[in-house]
Design a protein around this ligand. Structure first.
Ligand code: 3H9
Length: 648
């Protein structure tokens, strides 16, 4: 049964049991409404607790029901029943209290949470706004700017933060249900404190206006963050009944919007990405002690990602000065987090204490996984892995973070290549969510499963890729850049393409990105690989010519743009150079509109996506969309090129 209840002395205990995440499916809503009515009708009961079986309190409305005809009782009505209950209702929270789950809790008259609980209203990530009172009750409990921040970002807060904010009343660090019963005894027989009747604390109206404007700008075309913020803002001016009515109308308007449909696709795609047919029933090989070879920019970011996820890390650098530099890099990342208020000094120290620094590779001897983040050169990597083979345990996993080299070629020097995997992190590795989990030729199933399990524990999205030059991401990026370069040669200018791409919803256009990353590394690669190029394929020389002119990007003060005093501006010299190149090739330049630019880019991405599927490099079309969204800034609310072209 999805909902059951019993009486313990004067307390009615309602249990929701709807695995895997206790979503408020129809059976839960119906059962909860009945249980509430029965517990209220039982004269021996003075207070009611709502709690959940399994690993979490309600994690939201059932997303599988979205897009299907709604069936009463509706969640918003049920939540109102909770708030209107004559007897005090206490929500006993654990796990991830999200969306409709938090809305149930907000309507209760008391909230107690287990220590590890996380709470949030992530609806915006599904292209909707909370539809069961979240935007109206949260500001009444925690204040306007804080509530707007939560509903518009969808971020989660910890139980401790929730307590500080006033979102919950108590934390249980012992037995949640016993503590909830003790709390219920205090409220028993008292007049419930109804969240909907509370006033919204005074706030600075101008500051909140600016906050909402900033949210809308940052959303770059996505509707839900601004809509959620505005709905929360209305709590200050509208009586609760009207606020709830408007919130519901907006929810119903958005739930079947194109953006919400695309974001639901992304939600399902992310869960699908973790499912690999031949890994069913395979337990991942155990990983807790992680070795990282190299603490350059990439290695440092990777070390932070692992330390944040509770792994024990051993870093080995080639000498003392490099080791000190690596340590400083890692400390600097943590200092930035402290400065941004994301962690405190104690947490920084705790995480740093998980990382050991060494210059002798023998330090890797007890690691469960050793990942290299050294210079992307086959000889360097082969030398490293050849020596690691005799240092690490026989069952230890060996991983490469190479972006372009063939992992199977690297693995050829390893005694047992079945333990070799590619884990391709994106830079900055402690921030970027995407990791390509590369299925090498001889990989053991429990090693591939470990790659996925590790990325999940890191809070990242692992996408399985076959072996090819550049894997899924760089292949797509190359195709994307090629389309853009062709348009440059045919008549567009870098700032026009960047503007079209940014208007579409990407945070940055391709040429601004290239200037930021630097043009020199890919130039070196192009020169190295010149012999491998298909002579029949169209080759655009603009990037090479910019490099020849010393225009290596922001670090050189000039690239596709000029950077006088660090400020980006369109450079006529670049337009002249591009026009010269077009002229040399006998191309009559023409103008490109934003729609045409995007149509061409998407067509290029879809064509490369098809190739990746046909070659078996990508497992499914939706993985291709996820790589673009999480690695390259493709707007999630558009679903991705494969989704838009009807391929997934
Ligand atoms: C909402 O609440 C709207 C309301 O404001 C208003 C309504 C009127 N529904 O992620 P996992 C499934 S909107 C149905 O791998 P984890 C998921 O598909 C909702 N199913 O586990 C998967 O199934 P399968 C707001 C759901 O431990 C399985 O559970 N809430 C839902 O890594 C395990 O999922 C959210 O947006 C759902 N809501 O993470 C929360 N959620 O095994 C979204 C999950 O068949 N969910 N499933 O593939 C999450 O963030 C994570 O799933 C959670 C668990 C943190 C809960």
């Amino acid at each position: 049964m999805a909902v059951s209840w019993n009486r313990q002395d004067n307390i009615g205990l309602i249990w929701i049991d709807n695995p895997p995440v206790n979503a408020t499916s129809h059976a839960v809503r119906e059962g909860l409404a009945i249980a509430l009515a029965e517990a209220n009708a039982d004269v021996a009961i003075q207070a009611i607790i709502i709690a959940c079986k399994g690993k979490t309190f309600v994690a939201g409305a059932d997303v599988k029901e979205f897009g299907t005809p709604p069936r009463a009782p509706f969640l918003n009505d049920l939540v109102q029943l909770i708030e209107d209950s004559a007897k005090p209702v206490i929500a006993a929270l654990h796990g991830t209290v999200l969306g409709g789950g938090l809305e149930i809790a907000l309507a209760a008259h008391g909230r107690i949470a287990a220590l590890q609980t996380q709470l949030g209203l992530p609806e915006v990530k599904l292209g909707i706004i909370p539809g069961a009172g979240g935007t109206q009750r949260l500001p009444r409990l925690i204040g306007m700017p804080e509530a707007i921040d939560m509903v518009a970002s969808g971020k989660r807060v910890s139980a401790a933060q929730a307590l500080d904010l006033g979102m919950i009343d108590r934390i249980s660090d012992n037995d949640l249900i016993q503590d909830a019963i003790a709390f219920a005894q205090i409220l028993a027989g008292r007049e419930p404190r109804r969240t909907g009747t509370l006033p919204v604390r005074e706030f600075d109206g101008l500051a909140v206006d600016a906050q909402i404007t900033a949210i809308e700008r940052k959303a770059r075309g996505q509707i839900s963050p601004g809509a959620a913020a505005r709905s929360a803002f209305s709590a200050a001016s509208l009586p609760i009944e009207q606020g709830l009515k408007r919130e519901r109308e907006k929810f119903l308007e958005l739930v079947n919007s194109e953006q919400a449909i695309a974001l639901r696709y992304v939600f399902a795609a992310e869960r699908l990405a973790a499912k690999v047919v031949d890994l069913e029933g395979i337990s991942p090989r155990f990983v807790q002690n992680v070795g990282i070879a190299g603490a350059g920019l990439m290695g440092a970011g990777i070390a932070v990602a692992f330390a944040d996820a509770g792994y024990d890390i051993t870093i080995v650098e080639r000498d003392e000065p490099s080791m000190d530099l690596g340590r400083k890099r890692i400390e600097a990342i943590y200092d930035r987090m402290v400065k941004a208020g994301r962690i405190d000094i104690a947490l920084k120290e705790q995480r740093l204490s998980r990382i050991g620094f060494h210059i002798d590779r023998a330090a890797f001897s007890q690691c469960d996984l050793v990942l290299e983040a050294v210079f992307d050169d086959l000889d360097v990597k082969q030398e490293l892995f050849a020596s690691l083979s005799s240092i690490v345990r026989a069952d230890a996993i060996l991983a490469t973070n190479t972006s372009y080299l063939n992992p199977d070629a690297i693995a050829s020097v390893i005694m047992n290549p079945s333990r070799f995997i590619g884990l391709h992190f994106f830079s900055p590795a402690n921030i970027m969510r995407l990791v390509e989990v590369v299925r090498t030729k001889d990989i053991a199933p429990d090693v591939l499963a470990a790659g996925l399990a590790v990325t999940k524990r890191l809070g990242k999205l692992g996408i399985v890729s076959g072996v090819c030059e550049g894997f899924i991401g760089n292949r797509l990026f190359t195709a994307y850049r090629h389309q853009c370069d062709i348009m440059l040669e045919d008549g567009a200018l870098p700032h026009e393409i960047d503007a079209a791409v940014e208007a579409y919803g990407f945070p940055m256009g391709p040429y601004a990105v290239t200037d930021l990353a630097g043009l020199d590394i890919s130039w070196a690669r192009r020169k190295r690989d010149a012999g491998k190029r298909d002579p029949a394929a169209r080759y655009v020389t603009i990037a090479d010519r910019l490099c020849e002119a010393g225009r290596f990007g922001q670090k050189a003060g000039k690239g596709y743009y000029a950077y006088d005093g660090g400020k980006k501006s369109v450079d006529p010299a670049v337009a002249d150079l591009i026009a010269t190149i077009s002229n040399e090739k006998g191309i009559t330049r023409r103008s490109f509109g934003q729609d045409e630019i995007m149509t061409n880019i998407i067509a290029g991405l879809v064509a490369e996506g098809d190739k990746l599927m046909n070659e078996g490099i990508a497992m499914r079309a939706s993985d291709i969309d996820l790589v673009l969204i999480n690695g390259y800034g493709y707007p999630a609310w558009r679903g991705g090129p494969m989704f838009q072209s009807g391929r997934s």
